[in-house]
Design a protein around this ligand. Structure first.
Ligand code: C2O
Ligand code: CU
Ligand code: CU
Length: 442
């Protein structure tokens, strides 16, 4: 349903119920966009017009364009909910330089976490006019989600442990399937775009029997490719890699153990999950072209006009102070930014269009929190942990950055469009329990 007018992309999206077959012979009632997890593909410079319908029974929803530079009133903010049975259009222009692997998901006040774990997520690829990555590598999107089911196939509700740590599903899915198989040829190189669309699962990724090179992050390509043995992809983040299948035999995209600070019982095993497995189907007819050494230039943000500080903390609810939370997880747990819990009717920070700002994100809590800002990409400048400051190894555009306990992460950003924007922890249960604020860009 793409329009024929050049530079104009028009489509309809409906959020509503769907059934998936995740357990043999049993239907799982879930939510989907157009009955699944669609991939929207446009080109930078395009105007996008999306006709949205909310078919979710009894619940408001929105579509939030995660990481994209869209006007604030088109960005699916919590206060702009679409009532059940209602609709609206989302219209925005994608400026040149905005090519990147984005994604979209609901963001209605109080319902974001539930609607995402019930299945609502989609991919939004903005392609550049001229792509430096060889076309022979293909372009394979891997949308990573997880889901937890009861024996009868239904999606179980959140428990207190989920509210504390974020919900971890017990089926990890790649494009809606468990460990899908793809065929590659010996010596082939493939481009993959990985999106962590789980509520709370930390994915420390490794590619057994293949060589990984990182070529891009949340906001698009790096300046130059960087070889990597493992990549931590926290909820909300994306990474683009090229995998080289030089060794004989199948390769597996898998996860490694990562300690993200679990509270209470039920720590899931997050390692050795197979996300994608290859089989070798013959040899290449001719060798693949090499990756260029220079992909693009990332202009550095400099000279911030202001410094803002955002302190992330966790607080036990009434009467819970000093209680061992292994026995009473999440009772009245609150997740705060600068001591405050989210209030949809409160502006926390006022900013200016076009102003470069230094944001210091301080994790004064006991677990990792992946911090996300709406409406723009930022550049991580440095990290400070235990008095040791380390500079970012290379420039990259990001919209979500993990902050470990005790750490301060410094980022530079510039909002180009006016309006109210959210910033929050992308563990969606933490967002639900208050770890979110509003900046009004004027
Ligand atoms: Cu991925 Cu507030 O969003
Ligand atoms: Cu977002
Ligand atoms: Cu968090």
């Amino acid at each position: 349903n793409q329009s024929a007018t050049p530079g104009l992309f028009k489509a309809s999206i409906t959020a509503g119920p769907m059934n998936a077959r995740l357990i043999e012979g049993i239907d799982t009632p879930m939510l989907g966009y157009n009955g699944g997890n669609p991939v929207i593909e446009v080109t930078e410079g395009d105007r996008v017009e999306l006709d949205f319908t909310n078919d979710i029974p009894d619940e408001p929803t929105t579509i939030h364009w995660h990481g994209m530079p869209v006007p604030a009133d088109q960005d699916g903010n919590p206060m702009d909910a679409v009532a059940p049975g209602g609709g609206r259009s989302y219209v925005f222009d994608l400026p040149s330089g905005s090519a990147a692997p984005y994604w979209f998901h609901p963001h209605p006040h109080e319902f974001t976490a539930e609607q995402v774990y019930r299945g609502l997520a989609g991919v939004f690829l903005v392609k550049p006019k001229a792509d430096p990555i060889p076309a022979a590598y293909g372009d394979t999107v891997l949308l990573l989600t997880d889901i937890r089911l009861a024996a009868d196939g239904t999606v179980t509700p959140n428990t207190p442990v989920d509210l504390m740590n974020g919900r971890i599903g017990d089926h990890v899915l790649t494009n809606g399937q468990r460990n899908p198989k793809i065929e590659v040829r010996a010596g082939e190189r493939r481009r993959f775009r990985l999106i962590n669309a789980t509520n709370a699962r930390f994915l420390c990724l490794a590619f057994e029997n293949a060589r990984m090179t990182v070529i891009g992050t949340d906001g698009g390509l790096l300046e130059s490719p960087v070889a990597a043995d493992e990549i931590l992809l926290t909820p909300g983040e994306r990474v683009e890699i090229v995998a080289a299948f030089d060794s004989p035999g199948p390769a597996t995209l898998t996860t490694l153990e990562y300690d993200r600070g679990w509270m209470g019982p039920g720590k899931p095993d997050e390692s050795r999950l197979a996300l994608l497995t290859t089989s070798i189907a013959g040899d290449l007819a001719e060798p693949m072209p090499n990756l260029p050494r220079e992909l693009r230039t990332i202009p550095a943000l400099t000279n911030p006009a202001v410094t803002r500080r955002f302190v992330l903390s966790e607080e036990m609810g009434g009467g819970m102070e000093g209680v061992d939370h292994s026995s009473m997880p999440a009772a009245g747990m609150k997740f705060l930014i600068n001591g405050a819990s989210f209030d949809m009717n409160r502006i926390d920070t006022v900013s200016k269009v076009g102003q470069v700002e230094l944001w210091e994100i301080v994790n004064d809590a006991d677990m990792d929190h992946p911090f996300h800002i709406h409406g723009t990409q930022f550049q991580v400048i440095e990290r400070e942990l235990g008095g040791v400051v380390s500079q970012a190894p290379y420039p990259a555009w990001k919209d979500t950055v993990n902050v470990v306990p005790g750490e301060t992460v410094r980022v530079l950003l510039r909002q180009e469009l006016p309006g109210t924007r959210m910033y929050h922890c992308h563990i969606l249960e933490h967002e639900k329990l208050g770890m979110m604020g509003i900046v009004d860009v004027q």
